[in-house]
Design a binder for this molecule. Sequence first.
Ligand code: TRP
Ligand code: ZN
Length: 900
Amino acid sequence: MREGTVTLVRREDYLAPAFRIRSVDLCFDLEPAKTLVSSKLLIERDAQAAPQPLRLHGEGLTLLRVLANGESVSFRHEDGMLVIDHPPEGESFLLEIRNSCCPEKNTELSGLYTSGNGFFTQCEAEGFRRITYFLDRPDVMAVYTVTLRADKAKYPVLLSNGNLVEQGELAAGRHYAKWHDPFPKPSYLFALVAADLVAREQKIRTRSGREHLLQVFVRRGDLDKTEHAMNSLIASVVWDEARFGLPLDLERFMIVAVEDFNMGAMENKGLNIFNTKFVLASPATATDIDFFGVESVVAHEYFHNWTGNRITCRDWFQLSLKEGLTVYRDQEFSMDMSGGASARAVRRIEDVRQLRAAQFPEDAGPMAHPVRPDSYAEINNFYTATVYDKGAEVVRMMATLVGREGFRQGMSLYFARHDGQAVTCDDFAQAIADANPDSALSVRLDAFKRWYAQAGTPAVTARGSYDAEGRRYTLTLQQRCAPSPGQPVKQPFVIPVAMGLLAGDGTSLALQLEGEDNPGATSRVLVLEQPQQSWVFVNVDAAPVPSLLRGFSAPVTLDDGLTDAERLVLLAHDSDAFNRWESGQKLALSRLCAAASGQAPAQLDDAFVEAMRAVLHHPGLDASFKELVLQLPSEGYVAEQLAVVDPQQVHAVRESMRRQLAERLHADWAAIYEQLATHEAYEPSVAQAGRRALANLALSMLCLHAQRSGDPVWPGRAYQRFKDATNMTERLGALSALVESHAELAEPALAKFHALFRNDALVLDKWFALQARAPEQEGRVFARVKALMKHPDFSLRNPNRARSLLFSLTMFNPAAFHRADAAGYVFWAERVMEIDAMNPQLAARLARVMDRWRKLAEPYRGAAREAIARVAAKPDLSSDVREIVTRALADDAVEAAAAP
Ligand code: TRP
Ligand code: ZN
């Protein structure tokens, strides 16, 4: 909807629907230029509600006819709605609507659109109204029967939700298929596909003995890249039944891959539609990270079948009800799939890195909002890291507070109470608490639910003091939370702090709190719920080193006040792998921040370098874990810690430290690289992926060193590895090492890479992204991105391709983007406006890269503001982009204070 001002939808304005749609009979005559939709709705009046007009959503449609109970009825259009002032009397009536829409002109990729030579739909959140007139809200659930008619040669496959009940031939080379979905569902879960596709199929028998057909549909030629998606789907079905007792409730479960897609994938009932990026994977074309992405997105969408589809959201403010919970579930699945304790820790570290990279900045910037937002202008803007990833952390904290078994029982109660309903976040929390009446959650449920209501990342400060005489250790925790837009003052949060104490030699201490009879386990959960609380540990022989927030038990920042020496003890000995990694990151972060803010030289001290060397050679640590420890915190994460950010300075400092690690650990990197050489058959396991990741890091370090020393050996080896690689992880790793430090070899390698993969869209995305993410040198990377915009393989219409170039530059290459001459910002503003004219959802995502402009040092800050203002001044902006730029410029956009 295009409009000049931002109109807000408010959570407190929720009203239950006065009309419900019990069943829908849809019939589609599919043509790219003009698709005819005929819809028969059985509508029921809520007996409680006052008599009122029926208002149906509809957007960009051509209305052809409306009949009520078979008779013509008067209607009007108002505020983008179809209004029937006098629907037939009585409890229920039949409404028949005919309309048309134009799939081939639908560049927004919301509603019914064409991609390649097929038809696809995307209805979440409010896309169904772009297909036909409807009560397009999640608390209106109907039973769908859908008939598709289309040219048989062009569109041999016709799919919709549920079960195929009929199919056959029609005149003039057309055919039809009729589908029936027995589960009542909200319109956002409707889907149809009509295309020339082929399927990998698998029959499975689940615990109950029921047979199911699983299908993964892709374009001809892609079938050999669907094995991993199918395996991931089967594993997801098995896992949900085993872990939560949730079986597959459908005879047929379909996944369809489509090249043009705004997000990762969509959980439409029985007919999930996926971005090709999260379906197609073969060792030659996909990296380990891609394989992992397929597994986790397949799982995520499958898990929605219960958490999202069987129980859905009452309104869109409750989005985290399904998204936070489903992310939590897919994270747990991925951990269970990955194997042992250390592989699980690696997964957890990756999830937390993601949270810190995306959600923490969001929570501290102009778009900060609670996990359950209070208002929005455009719901598409609220598919955010906060709703997804912080929402998952909130669910994880509940699980921590009630325990694993308690959480499972809470889930069972949730389904017993609410299956088939559209409910709220409160309903979920209540079910978990009620199933665990004596738990640490239930006794403080109201306070705990502030996690849903209050935005902002709480900052926890921890200080310990040791009393040698009394052999007591007192730990004092404080919390505060900076203001966020619309929320000047916050109530204290309920923060589970998993913790342990280490002796100076690194051994774990049995924990005994004052008042307890005996020492207990070496790890426990303290619940911080006041602004400040203290805990006294007794029978402590010497000053301990506290290991706090183990496993990242709450989404907070932690100032633990520890010395370098104490951090080194944790890095070397902590039994909690997450905190072991975290200690290394904190050591690195304090050095990066001190240098970036001019308080210290960018010179790495021996203690730090030696600690990194010890990790690299540690016999008991996995390669994947080593790789995570040896990676310096990202420029973005460093920037978040600083009050004022000079992106060029942050980049220079981090690059300098990276070089020092390359140089001072040169022999170690070489030894590690040789050790990791194997000839094992490719497998996307955590163990193998970890070894490849560490080898890639070593190679890039060795090439970086060679750039200085002029030694041609390592660049030569990298080029060889690039040419001979048998999998994409190694090929791309070697190419990336060359692009980073050896332009003369990178150029021919890039050309060769393009020639090899010119017909594989997902690999071309990598080719574009790699060039846009290369370390900036004298503006060459920025110039290259501009040139690549004109490459024959580039297009802004395909979201993956647009992201590969533009998001890589603006989100992942601060030094190339934040230019003193403001050219990066000008380029950004032009692209936001250009994309907005065709795909507002995508444009709004790009618009958000400027969220943190207020933190920038001059001249960046002023130039950034000007660029945002330029976008905001455009009269015909989408409501999506308008909301983002308006909030970015708003005077009340409170900035959270930077950590010390
Ligand atoms: N519900 C989807 C998921 O969790 C994501 C989604 C929401 C989406 N809106 C979308 C996907 C629009 C594509 C386009 O995975
Ligand atoms: Zn989801």
